[in-house]
Design a protein around this ligand. Structure first.
Ligand code: DGY
Length: 333
């Protein structure tokens, strides 16, 4: 299949139409995986053979073997996401393959979802719905479904990149004190943003809400585990819109079951997708939604459009709108 472009999923027309038009004008064939489910790894590799460019999603395992299966023709891997933890960026750099992603355009949508989860968890919205469904709403009850205040409480933000900062802006509007932790945040920069820079231990022990916004890297894998959960207040709530692997799922189930922390609200899980009968789904104090942080019409259009533009630029040998640097493979969301 020489000289083709491989798009591994149906993406919004804002991107797909751009790729189609480019293929038509440049004489490249378009290989499009049209299933609802992503291609299994062996098919992913097979379909990529001879591709000059691949447009991927976070479901695809893009490792050295995939790149070797695609062959020497492959110039660009364009991911329709900001996170690239599914891509071996170092292996791509070693083969001269450019990697692109879509930062910036999903910042506000993801911050909105993080805040929606924070509010839903604080005010026990899903428990309230179930309360009615189960016939429990028989009177206004002075002691039922009491949640946490936002005003005057402390929000800890782990990972202070674009999305972390956007969450901090929202929190200030709710009169929350914001503590932020990131390796690169200086006290001076934090002050300018009206937040406090703190180390992880302090953030976990002082926060009423902890929201995760760090990229998934070897250093952040299972950053939230039995030891770090034990540092949190028993009344604290954990919000994760980053990557499921940043949290040790088994330790979280334990902590939610045994009252180590009060509640969790998750957009991302490990494993992902989460089976419907997973222990997390049976806990009253845990809300799970299916990785929808960037799922607004406008945001997904913008992500698809940038992914297409990156793909086209990479095939043409031009600079990408957003290229991921190989050094450490780290991209700040
Ligand atoms: C990303 O871009 O990494 C998000 O997780 C997609 O919603």
């Amino acid at each position: 299949m020489p000289g083709h472009i491989f798009v591994t999923r149906i993406i919004p027309a804002a991107g797909l139409d751009r790729v189609r038009a480019f293929c038509a004008e440049s004489g490249l064939a378009l290989t499009l995986w049209e299933d609802r489910l992503p291609p299994p790894y062996s098919i992913l590799c097979e379909q990529a053979r001879g591709a000059v460019g691949v447009l991927t999603t976070l479901n695809d395992r893009i490792d050295a073997a995939f790149m070797d299966a695609a062959g020497e023709s492959l110039r660009v891997i364009s991911q329709m996401a900001v996170g690239v933890d599914n891509i071996d960026v170092g292996a791509a750099a070693a083969r001269g393959i450019t990697v692109g992603n879509t930062p910036g355009v999903l910042t506000e949508a993801t911050a909105d979802l993080a805040f929606a989860l924070l509010l839903a968890s604080a005010r026990r919205l899903y428990e309230g719905t179930r309360y009615i469904e189960e016939g429990e709403w028989i009177t206004w009850d002075p002691t039922a479904l009491l949640g946490g205040d936002l005003s005057g409480s402390t929000l800890g933000i782990v990972g202070y990149g674009r999305i972390g900062r956007a969450v901090a802006r929202r929190a200030r509007g709710f009169d929350m004190r914001v503590l932020a932790y990131s390796r690169t945040l200086t006290a001076e920069a934090a002050r300018r943003d009206g937040v406090e820079a703190g180390d992880l231990e302090r953030l976990l022990s002082e926060s009423d809400y902890v929201s995760l916004h760090c990229p998934m890297t070897p250093e952040t894998r299972r950053l939230i585990n039995a030891d770090t959960l034990a540092l949190m207040k028993p009344t604290a709530r954990l919000i994760n819109t980053a990557r499921g692997g940043v949290v040790d799922t088994e330790a979280l189930v334990e902590a939610l079951t045994n009252g180590v922390i009060a509640a969790a609200a998750l957009d991302v899980t490990d494993p992902e997708p989460l089976p419907a009968d997973h222990p997390l789904m049976r806990l009253e104090n845990c809300i799970v939604v299916p990785h929808i942080g960037s799922a607004t019409v406008g945001t997904r259009d913008r992500m698809a459009s940038i992914a297409a533009a990156n793909l086209i630029a990479g095939v043409r040998g031009e600079p990408l709108l957003h290229a991921v640097q190989a050094a450490g493979g780290l991209v700040k969301p």
